[in-house]
Design a protein. Sequence first.
Lengths: 158, 196, 494
Amino acid sequence: MLGQYLPIVFLIVLAFLFAALSFFASRLLAPRSPNDKKEAPYECGIIPGREAPERFPVRFFLVAMIFIVFDIEIIFFYPWAIAHGEMGLFGLIAVLVFSLAVFESFVYLIGNGALEWGPIRREAQTGDVVSATRTTSTTVSRAGIRQVGLEGRTGGDS
Amino acid sequence: MEVAVFIVSAVVVLSGALGVLLARNPVHAALFLVQTLFGVAVLFVLLDATFLAAVQVMVYAGAIVILFLFVIMLLGVDRADDLGIEPIAGQRPLAAVVGMSLAGLLATVLLVAVDGLTGAPAGTPIGDAGDNTRRLGEALFTDMVFAVELTAILLTVAVVGAVALARRLSGPMQPLPVVAIAEVDDDPDEATGDDS
Amino acid sequence: MIAALTTPYVAWWALVPLITFAVAGFLLLTVASLVRRLPAVLAPAWTAVAGLGVLLYLVPMWSRVGRDGADSFLAGTVGVDRSSIFVTGILAVAVIAAALISRDYLPREDLPGVELYVLLLMSAAGGVVMASANDLIVLFLGLEILSIAVYVLAALHLRRIESQEAALKYFLLGAFSSAFLLYGIALVYGATGSTNMVRISAFLAQNVLVDDAMLLAGLGLLLVGLGFKVAVVPFHAWTPDVYQGAPTPVVAWMAAGVKAAGFAALMRVFVLTLGTYVSDWRPAFQVIAAATVLAGAVVAVVQTDVKRMLAYSSIVHAGFILVGLQAATDRGNSSVLAYLAVYAFLTVGSFAVVTVVSGTGDASHGLDAYRGMGRRHPALAGVFTVLLLGQAGIPFTGGFVVKLGVLAAAVDGGAYWLAGVAMLAAAVAAFVYLRLLVAMYLEEVPSGTETSGAVPLGALVVAVASAVIVLVVGLVPGPLLDLARDAVPVLVAG
C-alpha cells in the first residue's frame, strides 16, 4: 500500500543526488586558488564590520500575503476535486462561488498595482518640471531655506 | 515495511527538530524546519491521513516556512544577536522547567492510558486512505458549505487589508502626537488626490 | 456508478441580508479595481444604499418569520429568528451611519477612499453571520470576518501614527481573544460531541454530565473570548486606546455594530445554547457586569479626552447590557435587544458630532475643542446635548427607557444588588456627560480657537436623525419595546 509513494521517494533521492553531484562537480572542475585579498568582501577601503541594514520594498510583503491566501484556496480545492462527482451541480456551484470570491481579490490586487514590478509610476506632475520662471534665486526664496541646484530634477520638490 | 517507514521518518523529524535548535544560521534553521514538517507529512501518510499530509506539505512546508524565511531575510540573515543578554530574566530555567513538565505529562499519559501502547487503531476507520479525503470533501461542501464560503470572504478581507495597509500615500503625514496641536494643516502643498 | 449526495436545503430568502452586504462589498471592490477614478460620492452612496436595502428587506422577512416561525438551514449551521433580524437591522443602521459620516471624513483627511467602505460592508456581513449562527464554527468565522475587517479599519488613517498604534493593540488583543474563543469551542465540542448549538443544547438538556469540568472550562473560555469583543471589565483594556486612535467614523461602527454583533453572539451561545448551565455562568456574568459598570463609570470621570470618555461610557453601556443578559429570560433578552438598538443610535450620533468637532487631522478631541460650542454651533451642540442626555439615561430620552428595561429584567430575576450597583454607576456616569455639557454651554471659548466652518452634511444627518430617534423612543417607547419583545431568540433544528 505504501508502494504507491515510491515515485516520491525516488524523486527525493534524485533531488539529493543532483544537489550532491553539483557540489562535487563544482569542487572538481572549478579552479580554486584563494588568498586573503580575494576572500575579503572589498578589495579596497575599510573592511566592513557589519552588514548595512537593508531597506525592503513593501511589495515583498504583499507577495507573501497573496501566496498564503491562494495556497489556502488550493487546500479547499483538493477535497472538492476528489469528491466532485458525488456532489454534482451543488458542489460545482459551491466551489465556483468560493473561487469567484478569492479570484475577486486577485482582480483587486492587479487593479491596485500590487503585482507591478516595473519602475515606480510617478503621479502625473502638474506643469513643467523645469519652468522658465524658476531660477535658483526663486527656489531659494520659495523654500525659505538654502536649496539650490534642484532644476531639472524630477520629483525633487514635492 | 510500515515500521521501517515510521522509524526513518521519526529520525527525519527528530533530527530536523534538533537542527532547528542547534543551527547557528537562521536560514538553516528554517530549512531544518522544512525537514521536520516533511517528516510529519510522511507520518500522516502512514496514518492514512492523506489530506493532512497534503496540507502539511503545501501549507506548512510550503507557505509558512516561506513566510519564516521572508521574515528572516527582512531582518537580516547575518545579524548576530548576543545570546549572552537575557531579554527576560530567568527565562531559560523557566523554559527548562516547563519543557520537563510537558515531557513528564506526556509520559504520564502514555503510562496511565488504559492499555498502554497497543498499536491498535483508536477508533473504527470510516474508510481507507483514498476514501477519507473524499468524505472530507463531501462534508466540507455539503454540511459545512456555509463555513467554506465564509472562508472565502475572510480571505478576501485579509487581501484587502494587506493592500490597504501597505499603501504609500502622497501628501504629508501627520506630525507625531507631541506637536499635533501646534501645526495641523500648515502645508500649502498638500495634495488633494482622492484615490490612487 | 456515482451515488448523488443529499445536498443541504438553503432558505435563500433568509440569506438575503448577508448576501447583500457581501456582494455589495465585492462589487464595490471590483468596480474600484477596474475603474481608475471613481466619483468620490459613489462608494459611500453605494454602501448606504446597501444598508438601506437590507433594512427595507427586513420588514417582509420579519413578518414572514412571524408567520412561519423561525427556520434553520444549510445543514443546521444557520438559523433565522426575529432576534437575528433585529440585530441585522441594528447593523444595517450602523453601516448607513458610518458610511454617511465617512463621506466627508475621508476627503477631509485626504485618505484614499474605497477600502473603508468595502471593509465596512464585509464586516457587516460578518456581523450578520454572528447574529444568525447556529454553529460555533460558523459563529467563529463570522466573528473573524467582522474583527479582521475592523482591525484594518482601525489602521486606515494612514497619516496618523495613533491610528496604527490603535490597530496594532486591537489586533494583538483581538487575536489573543479569538484564540481563547477557539479553545473554548474545542472544549465544548469535547464535552458535548458537537459544535452545533441546537445539538449542544439538546445534549445538555437530555444528559447530565458526571464530570463537567471540561464543559465549564470551555464555557469560561467562550466568555473570555466574547467578553473581549464586547469590551467588558476585565477584558476592556484595549477600548480607550483603540477608540482614541482609530478614525472616528470607524469608531462609530465599532461601538454600534461590533458591540451589537458581539452581544447577539453572547446571547446565542450562553442564554440559548448553554441555558441549562445558567446557574453556573450567571454569577460570573453578574460579577463582570457589576465590575464593568462601576469601573467604566469611575474611570470615565477622570478622562480629559472626549473620545476616551465615550470609550469608557461605551464600557458602562456594555455593563448595562450584561445586566439585562444575565437574567437569561425572555424579558432580559428583549431588554438587551432594545438597549442595543437605542445604544446604536446614541453612539453613532455622538461620534458623528465628535467627527465634526475633531477638525482636519482628526486630532482635537480634548475638552477644549468643546468649550463654548453652545455659542459657536448652537444646532450641533443641541443635538449633542440630546445624545449625551440619552447616554446618561435622563427621563424622556430613549436611554432612560432601555436602562429601565435592563434594570427591571435584573430585578425580575432577583438580582437586586446588581440593579442597585448599576443605578449607582449610572449616577456616577451622568457626571461625565454633565461635564461635557458644562464645557459646551457654561465655559468660555478659549482664545485662539477660531470657529470652525460649516458642518458637513453626512455627519449632520446622522447626528440629527439619531437625536430625533432617541427623543421619539423616549417619548413614545411602545413601538420599539414591542418590536424587541417580539424578537425572541430561539434555536430550531434544521
